[in-house]
Design a protein around this ligand. Structure first.
Ligand SMILES: [Zn+2]
Length: 704
């Protein structure tokens, strides 16, 4: 065995749960002892015992004095302040500024028992009871992007002040107005189940608004994802999760509870999954919401599926496919047997397609059965059987009993596991028309997925009728879109499109109907790549082909396609080399160049804008991760630009650092009113700028 270099015996590392053990500098400890003795608060003997106790227990002297009960807390800390030369502050009388609370996240403040009270462009002043805590200083400096300046306070007062400050920071009204800013529809709860728990009407309003916002944006579901700092409300639109609102911990709890109460889930249960449902009227239409909860390491997560039961049942002719695809799709549905799959990520419209297919099939066929989890809408003429997998019902056993009745057409909501795959495969192979869905990126991958689920290649080769893979992409608002040499682009927004530049969503699909060559490839267990090549030779249009046609027709943009389908270069999607992009908006070219050079040196990619208008356009097209925005610019100033940026769905949460000429309360008020994340005062030093930007990214990571 090779012997390593000799190492000293390992000393046990203190864990964070242990009491803090940093010692006072000897000079401070001496001064503390002397001052307490001089004021006759402490006798010489008591001081000796306290010094000994501090050493034995590895705690600072002031804590030892307190624990021994020699002197009261206020006297000890006031004297410690004198010994250290720090100001002593009564934490009960301090009201931190909103900016200070924004700049130090609650999590960091609580972890270090440090209360930020004021900030200016260079410093962040905070209260602490532990004046020599290098970890706290480092974290506070990092999250604020400023030099931390400590003032001393009693720990018991500080704890209470921390609780109050970060609770008072809950601005439900503010959150509500943020949520409302993108919501058009009115909303009311139907059959609300009330358990008698008093609920803040603002919380009720906030929950309703979140649902309305999700419905308005055409979302398939609303997610409440827990983080250390609260929850992030996100909506899934066209398969993409878009952040809507970050809710701080205390509000988050109320919002989660409110939704659980509405869905008749048990609010006391957080450690195991629960299901529930409720209905709301949004913009006059009934929306059924299926709620499920899931415990995660950060806490409880809630996903709500939004089901618009009153939306008109689509026929396959109105889904938005081109004639060629539609004719082929009808042809495979007209066959008496075979497996028809619809694939795509969540929110790509699979269920809508399956229902449209059943709608098409129910005329003429006698026995149509669907097995769904859950049944999303009733369909006359179809025997719909709900499966509640979580309630213990077994998808596979339900399927088996259904098949014993030998239906002509079987629809299985989703193929989730090998058992279901095997039953579906068997049914298709034995002369049934079987419709189902799979969660895969394209048609070729669906085939390999079936193989991975244990279906025999020759059986798939024989029974597969077709695979429809699709995504939903946003259509440009035809009233305000622009087209120039670089292609179509979203317009500035107009009343037609609710000032978003975008209209409804449309499918881009590929329909794989196997040719004899493709069946041969499937039969010999070929790869997805081989299948794609064969599709190309068979001139089967891919999703990307169709998407390009839509761009050529001016219906959507390259950027939208890249967002939804991904780029051709699969490597670039992994983001291994993806640099964070910072948009720098300033009308002064010298400042812009300076900022760009500094940020590029730190590894950021930089895009520059000389006016607010350009900044808004670049935010929409480039999707920067952070924006540095000068407030005084020609044409459109920073104020207007920030408001316009917040209306861009993808940029509602993009951090913005405002560049301003003045410091002070007025600046802070403006920055907060604008919903910006921080500010920096001109002229600034390079290190100040880079520290500030790192801090904003750091806080964002903490909140994510
Ligand atoms: Zn428009």
């Amino acid at each position: 065995m090779p012997s390593g270099p000799l190492r000293p015996a390992r000393t046990p590392r203190p864990t964070t749960s242990q009491p803090r053990t940093w010692a006072l500098p000897p000079r401070v400890a001496d001064a503390l002892g002397k001052l307490l003795s001089q004021s006759h608060a402490l006798t010489g003997d008591s001081l000796q015992s306290a010094v000994q106790f501090a050493q034995q227990s590895s705690i600072p002297l002031h804590e030892a004095i307190l624990r021994l009960g020699f002197v009261d807390e206020r006297t000890v800390y006031a004297t410690l302040a004198a010994a250290t030369g720090l100001d002593f502050v009564d934490a009960r009388e301090v009201v931190p500024t909103p900016m200070a609370l924004r700049i130090v996240p609650a999590r960091v403040a609580r972890q270090h028992q440090a209360l930020p009270i004021t900030v200016d462009d260079r410093t962040m002043t905070y209260l602490t009871s532990s004046p020599y805590d290098p970890d706290a200083e480092r974290d506070l400096s990092f999250t604020s992007g400023r030099r931390p300046v400590a003032k001393l306070a009693c720990p018991s007062d500080l704890r209470i002040a921390l609780q109050h400050s970060y609770r008072d920071n809950i601005d439900i009204e503010g959150l509500l107005s943020q949520a409302r800013s993108h919501t058009r529809s009115s909303v009311e709860a139907i059959h609300t189940f009330d358990d008698g728990t008093p609920t803040d009407s603002a919380v009720v309003e906030l929950c309703n608004t979140l649902v309305a916002r999700a419905v308005d944006s055409g979302a398939s579901d609303l997610h409440l994802d827990p983080s250390d700092n609260g929850i992030l409300a996100r909506v899934r639109v066209g398969g993409v999760l878009e952040a809507v609102l970050a809710l701080p911990a205390d509000v988050a709890r109320m919002v989660l509870n409110r939704f659980k109460v509405m869905a008749r889930a048990d609010i006391a249960v957080r450690q195991r999954p629960q299901d529930g449902a409720f209905a709301m009227k949004v913009g006059g239409r009934r929306i059924d919401v299926r709620l499920s909860t899931l415990p995660t390491t950060f806490g409880e997560k809630i996903v709500m599926r939004l089901i618009d039961s009153e939306s008109e049942l689509q026929s396959i002719g109105t889904l938005g496919y081109d004639e060629q695809l539609l004719a082929r799709f009808r042809r495979i549905l007209d066959r008496p047997d075979g497996l028809v799959l619809v694939t795509g990520p969540t929110g790509s419209g699979k269920t809508t397609v399956l229902y449209a297919a059943l709608h098409y099939l129910r005329t003429g066929r006698t026995n149509i059965v669907s097995v769904e989890d859950p049944v999303e809408r009733t369909l006359p003429g179809v025997n719909q059987i709900p499966v509640n997998a979580r309630a213990g019902a077994n998808y596979a056993s339900v399927l088996r009993s259904v098949l014993r009745q030998d239906p002509d057409v079987l629809m299985v909501g989703e193929i989730r596991d090998e058992e279901v795959a095997s039953i579906v495969g068997q049914a298709a192979y034995t002369g049934h028309l079987v419709l189902s869905s799979l969660h895969t990126i394209d048609a070729a991958t669906a085939v390999t997925r079936l193989l991975n689920l244990g279906l025999e290649p020759f059986r798939i080769a024989e029974s597969l009728s077709g695979i429809l893979a699709q995504r939903l992409i946003r259509r440009l608002c035809p009233a305000c879109r622009t087209v120039d040499s670089s292609g179509p682009a979203a317009g500035p927004g107009c009343p037609e499109c609710n000032h978003t530049g975008w209209g409804d969503r449309m499918p881009v699909a590929e329909l794989l109907v196997p040719t004899p060559e493709i069946r041969a490839i499937i039969g010999r267990n070929g790869s997805a790549t081989e299948l794609r090549q064969a599709m190309r030779s068979a001139e089967i249009r891919t999703m990307r082909d169709r998407a390009q046609l839509l761009v050529a027709a001016g219906a959507t943009t390259e950027h939208e396609i890249a967002r939804v389908i991904g780029t051709d270069d699969a490597e670039s999607e992994t983001g291994a080399n993806a640099r964070q992009t910072v948009l720098v908006a300033d009308d002064d070219p010298v400042t812009r160049t300076l900022v760009r050079l500094l940020l590029e040196r730190d590894g950021y990619a930089v895009v520059e804008a000389s006016t607010g208008r350009i900044a808004v356009d670049l935010t929409a097209s480039k999707g920067p991760e952070l924006i540095v925005m000068d407030l005084n610019m020609p044409q459109m100033d920073g104020y207007e630009a920030i408001q316009a940026i917040r209306r861009i769905p993808s940029a509602t949460k993009t951090p913005i650092v405002v560049v301003t000429a003045e410091d002070g309360a007025e600046t802070e008020r403006k920055v907060l009113a604008l919903g910006a994340d921080d500010y920096i005062v001109k002229p600034f030093e390079p290190t100040v700028l880079t520290a500030r930007i790192k801090a904003v990214f750091g806080r964002q990571r903490l909140a994510a």
